[in-house]
Design a protein around this ligand. Structure first.
Ligand code: C2E
Ligand code: CA
Ligand code: CA
Length: 558
């Protein structure tokens, strides 16, 4: 044997031995954490040792058997990706049929043992991790054994798993779950490998949700570090059959006794914290807190109370005028929703509209707004006033197939021409709405309604759509206006936006204009209309009428 061959053989031997050792290590970690049938551990460890011994005893290393050994090591390592079914490598079968047969029978035994465990209904068939039921009962036992020790519960929810299932199919999705489970195991094993602390329990609860229970932890800092490492580990791309897949995970952390003293309580707390991590953009962990709990309670309360705000008559509309910067006249009015809450008093829309949108209550609330707008307008019409009234439309309202029919019907029933209304869609909603909704909006506009884009400058505008959209007005968001007095850059941006909007033939309304210096600057930049505290705050109808009489009086005196 020449030197080069000797080197290769010794490398192969080394990598083969390392492969078997690593296989044993990962299986041991896997089985230790999942606490899968102890028999499997025994049979695997014995089996793998037999392989190694039979190799050492029966083979004189040559380059072919070295390659066979490398192939064997690779096959064993594939267990990390969940492969318990592929046969022994062909080259091993040729060079050492006995060893190949031993490998095949070892895997057969493993599969039979796992199937046996699954048959008992305690393990998830995809990842071989304990399932929800098994996790609950095991964690319960561990918590009672831990006595008063500090325990931690981690909820791990994948951020973009659904897209993998949708695009690559469920089989690939399952493979990815196995890989995720392995990365989680590796982090845990690396973090607490040598410590004397009891082993954590890893489980798959459902879909793309994993959970970890640490019966005893050293402290918060340690568990936060583990959570951070897990988020980092899952944020690394996964290589799945030629695809590089980016998912990321949101992790919620709860510790006993501070956040709960039962498995159930800890799971609830960790779940809440996980949702917060997701709301912050995902790819990170969040520790449960009392503040989170209060916010959640408030949210649940709001959700419940919202279900009957309409029948209880707790909603009101505030009206805020819009003033022409050239004539000083009130050219339009925006209707803004208020909740007359029995305990909290007047609540601003930001405290309940997002929740109403998520629960679907926005449909009923939006209908109420539309009705009230029609009632106000029919009053104005009777008085011979031809003022336009704008109201806000949530994208969720457009999901209802009868939205546009209902709208026409509402205003017709109050004998209000559509030329008196303006519909405001946020920039994001306008850019995302479907072609069929756009066609409906165009039809409404052809019948006289005005269309405005709201909060311009907060989303991403598609310039082609901006040009083709049926549109009358664009409302500049307050974030664009806020610094125009103090920042040259802010002025340059607003000026550019004004040119852009004028270029597509739309009127410009600047929102949240708070002082006359801002109004003067906007006038000089070519802005048509302002809405803001400088001119008037939103008011309920009586106050609004009084304000209007006063404003008209002032103008006629001037
Ligand atoms: P928006 O449509 O952008 O409404 C303008 C917001 O700016 C209003 O807040 C208004 O009170 C506030 N504002 C007006 N002038 C000034 C000012 O000079 N300075 C400052 N800082 N703010 C000013 P509001 O009434 O709290 O409404 C917040 C948001 O809630 C609205 O933003 C709108 O997106 C939503 N909203 C209000 N009413 C409805 C509704 O009936 N339906 C739906 N879907 N959303 C609504
Ligand atoms: Ca608006
Ligand atoms: Ca706005």
């Amino acid at each position: 044997m020449n030197d080069g061959t000797a080197q290769k053989v010794s490398n192969a031997l080394l990598s083969g031995a390392a492969g078997v050792a690593s296989f044993l290590f990962s299986l041991a970690a896997f089985l230790y954490i999942t606490e899968l049938d102890k028999q499997i551990v025994a049979s695997l460890v014995a089996g793998a040792f037999c392989l190694l011994i039979s190799y050492v005893a029966s083979e004189r290393p040559n380059s072919e058997s070295a390659r066979a050994l490398t192939a064997l090591a690779e096959r064993l390592l594939a267990v990390e990706d969940g492969d318990l079914t592929s046969p022994a490598p062909a080259i091993l079968r040729e060079t050492n049929p006995k060893l190949a047969a031993a490998v095949d029978s070892l895997f057969e035994e493993v599969r039979a043992s796992i199937e046996n465990a699954h048959a008992l209904g305690m393990y998830d068939p995809v990842t071989s991790l304990p399932n929800r039921l098994h996790f609950r009962s095991e964690a319960d036992k561990m918590l009672s054994v831990a006595g008063g020790a500090r325990s931690a519960m981690l909820f791990v929810d994948l951020d973009r798993f659904k897209a993998v299932n949708d695009c690559l199919g469920h089989a690939r999705g399952d493979q990815l779950l196995v890989m995720v489970a392995n990365r989680l195991r590796v982090v845990v094993t690396a973090e607490i490998g040598d410590s004397a602390l009891p082993r954590p329990l890893l489980a798959r609860l459902a879909g793309d949700e994993f959970t970890l229970f640490f019966p005893e932890i050293e402290g918060l800092a340690e568990i936060e570090m583990i959570s951070r490492r897990m988020a980092l580990a899952i944020s690394e791309p996964f290589q799945l059959q030629g695809h590089s897949i980016d998912i990321g995970a949101s992790i919620g952390v709860a510790v006993s006794p501070d956040h709960g003293s039962t498995v159930e309580g800890l799971m609830r707390a960790a779940d809440l914290a996980m949702y917060r991590a997701k709301a912050r953009g995902g790819g990170q962990h969040c520790l449960f807190s009392e503040e989170l709990k209060r916010e959640h309670q408030l949210r649940v309360e709001t959700e419940q109370a919202l279900t009957d705000v309409v029948p209880r008559g707790q909603l009101r509309l505030a009206l805020q005028p819009q003033m022409s910067l050239t004539t000083g006249e009130t050219t339009g009015v925006e209707a803004l929703l208020r909740w007359q809450h029995p305990r909290d008093g007047i609540r601003a829309p930001a405290t309940f509209i997002p929740i109403a949108e998520q629960t679907g209550m926005i449909g009923e609330i939006g209908d109420w707004v539309m009705d009230q707008v029609a009632i106000i307008l029919s009053g104005w019409r009777r008085q011979g006033v031809k003022r336009r009234l704008s109201f806000n439309i949530s994208p969720r309202q457009l999901d209802r197939v009868d939205f546009f029919t209902r709208l026409r019907h509402t205003f017709a029933a109050h004998d209000v021409p559509l030329s008196m209304i303006e519909l405001e869609f946020t920039e994001t909603a306008a850019m995302q709405c479907s072609e069929s909704d756009l066609a409906e909006i165009a039809a409404l506009r052809a019948e006289g309604a005005s269309i405005a884009i709201d909060d311009f400058g907060t989303g991403y505008s598609n310039l082609a759509r901006l040009r083709s959209m049926p549109l009358d007005r664009v409302k500049l968001d307050q974030s664009l206006i806020a610094e125009i007095e103090t920042s040259e850059k802010a002025r340059v941006v607003v000026q550019a936006v004004v040119h852009l909007i004028k270029g597509v033939d739309c009127e410009i309304v600047a929102e949240a204009v708070e002082n006359s210096a801002q109004a003067d600057l906007l006038r000089a930049m070519g802005c048509d209309t302002v809405q803001g505290y400088v001119f008037a705050e939103p008011m309920f109808e009586d106050e609004f009428n009084a304000w209007l009489a006063n404003a008209d009086g002032k103008r006629s005196v001037a």
